[in-house]
Structures are given as structure tokens and as C-alpha cells.
Design a binder for this molecule. Sequence first.
Ligand code: G4P
Length: 291
Amino acid sequence: MTIQWFPGHMAKAKREVQEKLKLVDIVFELVDARLPLSSRNPMIDEVIQQKPRLILLNKADMADESETKKWIEYFSNKGFKAVAVNSFQGKGLQQVTKAAQEILADKWARMRAKGMKNRAIRAMIVGIPNVGKSTLINRLAKRNVAKTGNTPGVTKAQQWVKVGKELELLDTPGILWPKFEDPEVGLKLALTGAIKDAIINMEDLAVYALNFLSTHYPEQMRERYGIDSVDEEIVKTFDHIGRLRNVLGAGGEIDYDRVSELIVRDIRNLELGKLTFDFVEEELEKETVEN
Ligand code: G4P
């Protein structure tokens, strides 16, 4: 489901998250490991403020592992602990409680020094739609508890779910909006399936995908399509793939709509392997220019 975000919705979503923040010790900021920056809410620092935070790079099973490592280091250099997880299969989840304990170790030590008893860490999950918030809550809880209904602004009664003895999680995640101002972010979100197809021009998306592959993953492109770069006239690349995969219309001409869909589907279905769409090097370059 694609949410239409309007200013009123965004303000309400922010307010809802901030209300819940009062209940928790730590926020689990869930992002997609394939696009750790593009899948972040642009105002996340302002929304969460000083609340301790653990960044979870979800869907790590679909991301380029070497890039995921670089992203963990990137976040660490910014002062944030980050952990790669696969909520779908429940991988990496033992690390979540451990990482939360490490982040809160000082606070817990201060509580103990004041004579307070140890209690479970209280956490909430926050992220943009489709990053896997409900899947993660259900996996951590080991049963279906997440109140999905991806609709920000619809307040539901929330409950704590126990994750072992050490962690308690709100069963309702905080849903925040993605970045809108950068069209490339929209294309990356669409390529990973986070934005639904009805609002996307498939041909534009396929053109972006082919250029992206030739820049970042030429080997994977060669293996799948027998070419490792796009032709100066991009239509020739479409023709090549169309003929290769026999995507022809009734009169034998290339069916460009179906070729576009095929390219996008190939990427989403990992037919070109595990790919990452945001790169640490590119981000660091941007940050250097901005400073
Ligand atoms: P949300 O609450 O943040 O909106 O996300 P949700 O849990 O609904 O997950 C969105 C989709 O992502 C689901 O696919 C879910 O199975 C998948 N997903 C979540 N975590 C992981 C992960 O770690 N690895 C992989 N490979 N997939 C994950 P879906 O039900 O097929 O949704 P859709 O494709 O119909 O949108």
C-alpha cells in the first residue's frame, strides 16, 4: 500500500512517534540495508532527538554484504551502533538485544547505583513504510502481534510484547515518511519495491536501473544480459535485452513496456544477485562538498 503523505499526516506521524518516545528507553530505527540512507526519514534526528538509538539494517539478505559492512562502519563513525538483520528469516536478531544493552549500559549502571532494580529495556521500532517493521516485531515476539495497518494517523491501543527477559517492545511501530525532495531516492525506493508500481513510470525506472547497473554492477549486468554498459542510445540496450529475452509484441517488434517490467522485476527478484543502491563513498563525497 502506498501512503499519500500530506503535511498534516507528517505532522501527525511525528507527533505520534514523539508521544510513544516517552514510553521507551531506546528507538530501533529500521532502514533497508540496500539503501540505508534513502530509506531513512529525512527528519529522523529531529523526531527522535536525544533518545538512544540503534540502527537496524533490515533485509540484509538482499543487500551487497561488503557494502553493508561499510554502512555499519559509516554509522559507527557518526556515533550510532548499527546491526544487520534479516527479519524475514529471523537472522541477526540475537544481536538486537545485545546491542541495545550495550547502548544503555551506562544508564543501567546509574540506575543500579541508585539502588533501582534491573528491568527489561523498553524499545519501539520506527521506520518508513515497507522496511519490515511488522515483520521484525513479529519475529522478535515469535508470534503475530504487530499492528500492521500501515496507516499513520490511525491511533491504536498499543501493548508491550516481551522479547526474552531483557527486552520489551511496543507492538505498534512508528511510521514515518520517506524523503521526497530527491527524485533519485524515489527511484531507488521503487527499485527495491518500497514504492508501489501504480505511481511509477516503469520505463523511467528501467532506464535508471540500467544506468545504475552499468555504473555499479557491470559484472552482474554482463552475466544477466550479456552487456556491461548501456548504449549511448538507451533504446538500443532495451532492444538488446528485449531480443535476448524474447520480449516481443504480436508483430515481432520489441515490447518496451514489458522489457521495462522485466528489468525491474529481475532486480527486485535478485536475478542480478544481491545489490545495494546507496554507497558510502558517494555519501562521504556529498558530505565533503556540503561542508
Ligand atoms: P512495514 O511493516 O515496515 O511496512 O513492512 P512489512 O513488515 O510489512 O514488510 C514489507 C515486506 O518486506 C514484506 O514482504 C516482508 O515479508 C518483507 N521483509 C521484511 N523484512 C525482510 C527481510 O529481512 N528480508 C526480506 N527478504 N524481506 C523482508 P511482502 O509481505 O511480500 O510484502 P509485499 O511484497 O507484498 O509488499
